[in-house]
Design a protein around this ligand. Sequence first.
Ligand SMILES: [Cu+2]
Length: 111
Amino acid sequence: MIKTHVMKTQFVLLTTLVISSAVVLAEDLEVLQIKQKFEPGQIEVKAGEPVNFVNADDVKHNLRKVNPDGSKIDHGVQKPGETITFSFDTPGANQVVCGIHPKMKLEVMVK
Ligand SMILES: [Cu+2]
């Protein structure tokens, strides 16, 4: 009896995991810039997968993509309320920083 119950619980957990990852894949990834921080501060993406960066602050930001080799791509000034979308092409540890607020850092693991 106890074994059966444990197996059922595992099945339910597995099913929940499969369903929730399917939901995440179906939506565009979104990162907020809020209170001069990235939220979340860490994401994992596939190469070429678009990520929406939403400026939910009342100040301007300046997104800069940092490739694993340290080279940067500047995405220009982003006003409050604006969304900028771009993807990551190089597998490995990428970053996004803000040219205006040096403390802002987003870790992006690209697969
Ligand atoms: Cu900023």
